[in-house]
Write a new protein. Structure first.
Length: 425
RNA sequence: GGAGGGGUGGCCGAGUGGUCCAAGGCGCCGGUCUCGAAAACCGGUAGAGUCUUUCAGGCUCUCGUGGGUUCGAAUCCCACCCCCUCCGCCA
């Protein structure tokens, strides 16, 4: 959520920045709403002031046993109270419209974000290693999974439907090994605190991160309870500190969490239908940071590095892209995508997305900190990034590490996590 | 699921219709004392919105949330949410 005062005072700038994202928002409507809101606040508060003063007087009169005068005044005040109620309803309505409007305005891109329409305008920042050249015809992860009997998509669809996976044997083991490897790395080497949050969260939490009210159709909802399955650990973990005031000394706070993620993938019909690239349920290790405004962009760089190191250690070729204004998520002010090489598609595919949301989520979720030098609490900056998407890491390993005999070598760092297994064959 | 208890400022906790502009304590900040520190003592310490904007102040709201009663609600009434204890069921 943007600061209403900031929009009011920087209308042209905000307009331009929102347009750069390719979002159309009628900010003139906002101005009208804002003006009406402030007008009605003034009206109501003036009446309330009158009433409060009068009520105090009634108390005095009663103590002085001036019952007639009091009676008179009470009658007058009753009228004012009725008016307050009437205006109050109007005020509530306007405040609600005002808030609804703000909750649907996306974040402003940081000035370091390049302008662009879609993913083709993203800026490649760097590449790590080169795709391997095969001296045989490589096959895709679906075939590898079937031949090695570690991935059974037919039976998964019998159980739950399309876009679900059933891992078996060393396939399941590989998924689990990756989760543990990533968690240990971020905990031990990068200083994150491990958390294991609920896999469902309530509406307020989803509003806090910006997934609601705008993107409800992408979520799985548990009807009876008003809970939603988390589409990413970003939701429960960022909300750990909702409505809290932290002290500056505790910042930067760094959390890492493993959760399964549930997404309806509405609007992606016909996209990535083969394999396990795009699933309704997948595993992810997520990094979340709470930082001061002054440090958040440095923290974004280090967070992205923390995520990319996973791929370096797995020795998987990848590149990092700075997303352009038109390709960023709703809550983000700046995002780096990390993309891993997928041989069967002859291209890089997103495996991590690292964002600085600045104070956008903090304002929605009421997450503040008290500055060291004292004074008013300030909204802090929230950051998050995949570290990494586990299913896609499995795809990358199977395809990049395949041999001509359809066996798959296990990356060195994972062998201990695989109970010493060095090859799936 | 049943019964009972409870949600008050950064934290603990008192407060059953007007002087609550929320006692007291802890913590924090400043001062006195001291070579310095501790202790003691003194003083100050919530947030949001809005207006005027001498950036200082005025006003309004906030005691879990939303309604209601009343001239006036932390306090009375209704609904909901959350936490705790016990019982039942269960991994």
């Amino acid at each position: 959520m943007l600061d209403a005062k900031f929009i009011r005072e920087n209308l042209d700038y905000v307009k331009k920045k929102i347009e750069e994202r390719g979002t159309r928002i009628d900010l003139d409507k906002f101005l009208i709403l804002d003006e009406e809101r402030r007008r009605i606040i003034q009206e109501v508060e003036e009446l309330e002031h009158k009433r409060n003063r009068g009520s105090k007087k009634v108390g005095e009169l009663k103590r002085q046993r001036k019952d007639d005068e009091s009676e008179w005044l009470q009658m007058e005040l009753k009228g004012i109270s009725e008016k307050i109620k009437e205006f109050g309803e109007k005020r509530n309505q306007v405040e609600e419209d005002f808030k609804d409007f703000l909750l649907n305005v996306p974040n402003i891109p940081n000035d370091s974000v390049p302008y662009g329409k879609d993913s083709s305008d993203n800026l490649e920042i760097r590449r790590w290693s080169r795709p391997r050249e095969f001296d045989f015809n490589p096959i895709d992860h679906v075939e590898i999974g079937k031949k090695l009997d570690i991935l059974d998509l037919e039976r998964a669809s019998k159980i739950a439907g399309a876009r679900f996976a059933l891992y078996k044997g060393l396939g399941a083991r590989l998924e689990r090994a990756l989760i543990n490897f990533m968690l240990d790395l971020h905990i031990n080497e990068h200083g994150y605190t491990e958390v294991l949050p609920p896999f469902m969260a309530n509406r307020d939490s989803f509003i806090g991160t910006g997934n609601l009210p705008k993107f409800e159709e992408e979520l799985f909802k548990i009807e009876e309870t008003e809970l939603f399955l988390v589409p990413t650990a970003e939701v429960p973990v960022t909300n750990i500190h909702r409505d809290e005031i932290l002290s500056e000394e505790e910042l930067t706070k760094k959390y890492v969490a493993y959760t399964p993620c549930f997404r309806k993938e509405a609007g992606s019909y016909g996209k990535d239908v083969r394999g396990i690239i795009r699933q309704h349920q997948f595993n992810k290790v997520e990094l979340v940071k709470f930082a001061t405004p002054e440090s958040s962009y440095d923290e974004l760089e280090s967070l992205t590095k923390d995520a990319a190191i996973v791929l370096e250690l797995l020795e998987l070729p990848h590149r990092i892209a700075l997303l352009c204004t038109g390709d960023m998520g709703f809550s983000s002010a700046k995002t780096y995508d990390i993309e891993v090489w997928i041989p069967s598609e002859n291209t890089y595919r997103e495996i991590s997305s690292c964002s600085n949301c600045e104070d956008f989520q903090a304002r929605r979720a009421g997450i503040r900190y008290r500055p060291k030098e004292g004074g008013k609490p300030r909204f802090l900056h929230t950051l998050n990034g995949s570290g990494l998407a586990v299913g896609r890491a499995v795809v990358a390993i199977l395809e990049n590490y395949q041999e001509s005999d359809v066996s798959v070598k296990i990356p060195k760092v994972l062998v201990p996590y695989m109970g010493g297994v060095e090859r799936i064959s």
